[in-house]
Design a protein around this ligand. Structure first.
Ligand code: MTE
Ligand code: MO
Length: 427
């Protein structure tokens, strides 16, 4: 069978195989990393890097994939250059997604960046300085570590999270990575507010858009080189609650999650949270990139030919902390656990149905009602008949947004917010 390179998942699989054979073996000198010690921040960051590197068995070094961290099958479902968290791996965990199981979404592959030479460059017509592009302003890693830091607990979720259910529940053919619900995670991010850095760089009242750009390789899709991963962000959102993060769950960012510095754009489509940040264009006129024109809009019947407006907030969703086809004993009381989240704010209510959606009963909240993260909940269930069954969870957020039974089709399979039918087996 011919590879369908117009399918994102197939394409990425093929590319990753090509890259692997081209690379042959990537040598990462751990000793060299450990020798470095330039100040507390840098030292800690390098230790984090060395630890991640140490997690790769020497035998696997020649076959090193696009993702650096280990991807044990009990924690992840691999999808080409991406890896999805298995929801059952959140069972018994605390509020945050541990970094070892946080999903990874790489357009190409995780780059290795030296924080000693890394710089963040800001430039453009929205900064003070000579028109039209303004003088570039540069920040080193140490500059950022020395600025006032803040902590933010927020989810990052891929826009296509749940995409496979367009096909399995609605019979639609969509292109892209066929995620279930594991392309989401909540972490505690620490860093400097983007607003602070923009102000230091000389932001003017003329600025309308900022465009963060990653240092990973150019993204090539269907033979077209789109250049580095970058997506415009309205200056209003940039100033509101966006963080330039250098820590994830109290450790330096690991390579796969954007080391040394990434953006965290709370509540928005995951693509907004640019990893391996290298520069930010600050513009007095609206900006465009393939990531807000060709991708991350809704296309298809019912949408304009150029697509919907660029996507911003994620929709409300729910997941059970259970494997697919989880087994339960009939006649026994079980406690089901799950989590619900929304890009529009706090989750207000969660209901569960164990009879295919005929009746719904409230789930019990059991965690912080965080606005930019998720609500953990539980539900008691005593199954009374054996056989294959379906569990359903439906959340409502503080804006009144509720998970519908179905969602309208879009060709790229974004924003699947309908109730997911989770298959289980009662024995
Ligand atoms: N530079 C860069 N930033 C990126 C990406 C990328 O491939 N390159 N992927 C984006 C997408 S589509 C998502 S969903 C999130 C995933 O973040 P994670 O890999 O830390 O989970 O990063 C975003 N930032
Ligand atoms: Mo994504």
């Amino acid at each position: 069978m011919e590879d369908d390179l117009t399918d994102e998942a197939t394409y990425e699989g093929v590319r990753s195989a090509q890259r692997l054979s081209a690379l042959g073996g990537v040598e990462v000198s751990r000793r060299k990393l450990l020798r470095v010690s330039a100040g507390v921040g840098l030292g800690a960051a390098m230790a984090g890097t060395a630890q991640a590197v140490a997690g790769i068995a020497p035998a696997a070094a020649g076959a090193e994939g696009p993702i650096v961290k280990p991807l044990p099958p009990e924690l992840f479902i691999p999808h080409g250059t991406n890896a999805e968290m298995r929801w059952e791996s959140m069972s018994g965990q605390g509020y945050l997604t541990p970094t070892d199981r946080f999903f990874v979404r790489d357009h190409t592959s995780t780059p290795r960046i030296d924080p000693r030479t890394w710089q963040l460059k800001l430039w453009g017509s929205g900064l003070r300085g000579s028109p039209p592009e303004g003088r570039p302003v540069e920040f080193s890693y140490e500059d950022l570590l020395g600025m006032r830091a803040e902590t933010l607990t927020a989810f990052i979720e891929c826009t296509g999270n749940g995409r496979s259910f367009f096909t399995s529940q609605q019979g639609h053919t969509v292109s892209g990575t066929p995620w279930r619900l594991g392309a989401v995670g909540v972490a505690r991010w620490r860093g400097v507010r983007l607003a602070t850095v923009l102000e230091r760089a000389g932001l003017t009242g003329k600025a309308v858009d900022v465009m963060p750009r990653g240092l990973d390789a150019d993204f090539v899709d269907k033979g077209v080189d789109h250049g580095r991963v970058r997506r415009p962000l309205p200056v209003a959102k940039a100033l509101k609650d966006v963080l330039l993060a250098f820590e994830m769950n109290d450790r330096p960012l690991p390579p796969d999650h954007g080391f040394p510095v990434r953006l965290v754009v709370p509540g928005w489509v995951g693509i907004a949270s640019i990893k391996w940040l290298g520069e930010i264009q600050v513009s007095g006129v609206p900006l465009f990139s393939p990531w807000n024109t060709e991708y991350y809009r809704l296309f298809g019947p019912g949408y304009p030919a150029a697509g919907s407006e660029p996507l911003t907030r994620m929709v409300v969703k729910s997941a059970f902390e259970l494997p697919w086809d989880a087994r339960f004993e009939a006649g026994r009381a079980h406690v089901l656990h799950g989590r619900s989240w929304s890009g529009n704010g706090r989750v207000r209510d969660v209901e569960v149905s164990v009879d295919g959606g005929a009746t719904w009963r409230p789930a019990l909240p059991r965690g912080p009602w965080a606005a930019r993260a998720w609500l953990p909940w539980e539900f008691r269930w005593t199954p009374d008949r054996t056989g294959a069954q379906v569990l359903m969870a439906r959340a409502t957020d503080e804006t009144g947004g509720t998970q519908p039974d179905t969602v309208p089709y879009n060709t790229l399979g974004y924003l699947f917010g309908a109730v997911v039918r989770h298959p289980v087996v009662v024995v």
